[in-house]
Design a protein around this ligand. Structure first.
Ligand code: ZN
Ligand code: ZN
Length: 363
């Protein structure tokens, strides 16, 4: 029923995660198979560039990609064997399953689970984070792709800087960022770019609005490119001319918190402790209560993935992890600052994947 998983050299352009022996994953979990539906996980295991329309079935004999006749070339686009199946063919295949079959409880909708139960009387076992755990530490190839995505995003930011002028709307700047990235070969943006100026800068996840930029404001740009399935993520805050000293102080405090966290970051370090250091620094400035989100997150096939850098995190940083460090100060009704770096944890410390200057800059 299945072809073996072993693939010696992944086909050009479809490499994402490492080649995996499903047995090493399934046996410790006491599973006979795992039905993978979360798109990032499907892409990680197969390299298939249309993971929203595909699943991966891991069995003790091997792994294969399931998709439908809209993707007749799936065999070429996947580095594991692909089956292009019509609906009834796929249902027939699922009916053949035996034993204990895991599904992704955080992703599979309840109605889809009900349908699977009707189709196949195996024991459907909820699992959480099985493939996500593998994704925590990146291979050198994955890091190279993220590095490339980040480099593209920095070119886009450089371009956007020339557009930061009073009168131009946030949305125009965001569209330029998107257009630039697409034109330069990115699959797209990793997330809709945030362009937040003036008082809107106090909304950490403000989308770009029709608000025109004005002199004397801070403007925060948070952007990522998507390349080969992988995301990048970086934030910079600029001043439009001279700004009020309250805003300048918020910037200096944020920068100090960022640098304190970066100094502490490295392998074996507790993610929670790094988050606490950034908060401690902001407390010295009496601004800690204006830092309302976690310090950072992993970046990979998803923009937000493990490990988390937050007060609630139980994660320890390990070489190969790619994380953001992004303290912010958000002063309601006044304005906000966020500075976000993208960092690779290395065996001896860290490497900054984001290279764009982070200091105070008036445009
Ligand atoms: Zn960001
Ligand atoms: Zn981020």
């Amino acid at each position: 029923m299945t072809r073996p998983l072993r693939v010696d050299a992944p086909p050009q352009g479809v490499y994402s995660g490492p080649v995996l022996d499903p047995k090493t994953l399934l046996e410790p979990l006491g599973l006979d198979a795992l039905y993978v539906t979360r798109p990032e996980n499907v892409r990680y295991l197969s390299g298939f560039p249309h993971p929203e329309d595909a699943q991966v079935l891991l069995t003790l004999e091997g792994a294969f990609l399931l998709t439908d006749p809209r993707y007749p070339e799936a065999e070429k686009e996947s580095r594991i064997p692909a089956k292009v199946l019509r609906r009834e063919e796929k249902e027939a295949l699922l009916k053949e399953l035996r034993g204990r079959v895991g599904f992704e409880a955080e992703h599979l909708p309840y109605a889809a689970l009900e349908r699977l139960r009707e189709l196949s009387p195996v024991e459907w076992v909820p699992t959480q984070g099985v493939v996500e755990r593998l994704r925590l530490k990146k291979t050198p190839e994955e890091v190279a792709t993220i590095r490339q995505a980040q480099a593209l995003a920095e070119e886009a930011l450089e371009h956007a800087l020339t557009l930061l002028r009073p009168g131009r709307t946030e949305r125009e700047v965001a569209l330029e960022l998107e257009f630039f990235l697409r034109r330069r070969g990115a699959e797209g943006v990793a997330f809709p770019p945030i362009v937040a100026s003036g008082p809107r800068g106090a909304l950490p996840h403000a989308g770009a609005s029709e608000k025109p930029l004005q002199a004397g404001e801070l403007v925060t740009l948070d952007l990522g490119a998507r390349l080969g399935g992988y995301a990048s993520d970086m934030t910079r805050t600029f001043a439009l001319g001279r700004v009020d000293s309250t805003l300048r102080r918020a910037f200096d405090a944020t920068l100090a918190a960022l640098e304190r966290a970066l100094e502490a970051l490295g392998p074996g370090v507790s993610a929670k402790a790094v988050d606490a250091l950034a908060r401690e620094e902001l407390k010295r400035w009496d601004l800690d209560r204006y830092f309302v989100h976690s310090l950072g997150h992993g970046v990979g096939l998803a923009v937000h993935e493990g490990p988390g850098l937050s007060p609630y995190s139980e994660d320890t940083l390990e070489p190969g992890m790619v994380v953001t460090v992004e303290p912010g100060v958000y002063l309601p009704g006044v304005g906000g600052v966020r500075i976000e770096e993208l960092v690779l944890i290395t065996p001896s410390g860290i490497e900054l994947l984001s290279r764009f200057p982070r200091g105070w800059q008036e445009v």
